[in-house]
Design a protein around this ligand. Structure first.
Ligand SMILES: [Mg+2]
Length: 384
């Protein structure tokens, strides 16, 4: 039996950080506006559509952006607000969608395959978009298409503040005229390689000889050639429970000293922070678990602004521990877990710029990678 054609919706907030800033301060609306730091090494984390008209784009050095647009308004990010709105939207989608994936802080995939037996998928998606806009006041676009890649590309073409549906029969006409770097994942490097082969449009890419692509670009070439025909098999990965990172320790001898317990807690949380940064993920929730010698186990969790920074995770872990720990009791097992993981933490880019904190963690992580994870612990994890 043939499987039914897939129907995937991709939602993406338009200029998310900028839109949130305008919501918090309506005077910013309509201005060329960027989010980012003002220091020498700052880069643009996000920019308004008005700023884009001056040639400004994200990841551009702030100095350059100011040169391009002298009247540019620069605001520093409000990360707690972005997390707050991201969560509201996640909850709205979770309440409506059968299966969804949170691909980043402002991007979602929903699998609607087979749902046309129960409702009209396009109508349903239009209504969900309206609900998100009514509830948050934020502009959001969607693409509805036969796979994830096409849905994302449809969203990108529909932006800002629009939507696009692609039926299977429309796919090739949609793809052909687009430039090859519209394919998600085709960066500057690949784009230049393709240009050198005389390939600029997706039409030219799909007409290219496969052995040539294979020879020039290896496996990636085959993958691109398939994408040019609209072929992409990646599935919507259900988000909630599946993604978590945790660590726990059962102690050979129960630990009685609260100072040692706290030290253990910090060490474990740092380990999770390191893993998050290595995997380019942020966590939106942290949980602490304690088991006592009689096997009674309790745990407690808390939401936090999406982060991959140790100090922010440790602050919450410590508070949870204080709330949870029965004073004076020896402990048999201690565990820490982070959930609500979102991908592409670095692509959201804001975090490269926050108070040079990212630089610090990059330095720490490179030492950790070089000398093993135990090489560095920040003050407080070694003593106390
Ligand atoms: Mg977005």
């Amino acid at each position: 039996m043939n499987s039914p054609p897939r129907r995937i919706a991709h939602f993406d907030l338009d200029a998310f950080f900028v839109s949130v800033e305008c919501l918090l301060n309506p005077e910013l609306r309509g201005k060329p506006l960027v989010v980012g730091g003002k220091g020498d090494r700052s880069v643009v984390a996000a920019c308004s559509y008005e700023a884009r008209k001056f040639g400004i784009h994200s990841a551009m050095p702030m100095r350059k952006a100011e040169e391009l647009c002298p009247q540019l308004t620069i605001v520093q990010g409000t990360r707690t607000a972005y997390s707050h709105y991201s969560r509201i939207i996640t909850d709205l989608i979770a309440g409506a969608a059968p299966v969804f994936e949170k691909a980043s802080i402002d991007e979602f995939y929903i699998d609607l395959t087979g749902m046309d037996r129960y409702f009209n998928p396009l109508q349903w998606t239009i209504e969900l978009r309206q609900k998100i806009m009514d509830s948050t006041g934020l502009p959001i676009s969607f693409g509805l298409a036969p796979n994830k890649m096409l849905a994302k590309m449809a969203t990108n073409e529909a932006k800002p503040n629009g939507w696009m549906q692609l039926e299977p029969s429309q796919v090739q006409d949609f793809l052909d005229p687009l430039r090859v770097d519209k394919i998600p994942g085709v960066g500057d490097h690949t784009f230049r390689n393709l240009l050198q082969l005389g390939i600029e449009t997706i039409y030219e890419l799909r007409q290219a000889k496969l052995p040539l692509l294979q020879q020039q670009l290896g496996k990636h070439g085959v993958d691109l050639w398939q994408k040019a025909q609209g072929i992409h098999t990646s599935v919507v990965a259900p988000w909630q429970e599946a993604k978590s990172i945790s660590t726990e320790n059962t102690y050979e001898q129960d630990i009685k000293d609260p100072a040692i317990l706290l030290q253990e807690l910090v060490r474990m949380t740092e380990k999770l922070g390191f893993e998050l940064r290595q995997e380019n993920k942020m966590a939106g929730c942290i949980a602490v678990k304690i088991r006592y010698p009689d096997f009674e186990t309790s745990s407690r969790q808390r939401s936090l602004p999406y982060t991959f920074y140790d100090d922010e995770l440790i602050l919450q872990a410590r508070q949870l521990f204080q709330e949870l720990y029965r004073k004076g009791q020896p402990v048999r097992l201690l565990g820490v877990r982070v959930t609500e993981l979102t991908d592409e933490a670095r692509q959201t880019n804001l975090f490269q710029d926050m108070n040079r904190k990212a630089e610090l963690y990059k330095a720490i992580d490179s030492v950790k990678t070089k000398f093993g994870k135990s090489a560095i612990f920040k003050a407080g994890s070694t003593k106390k």
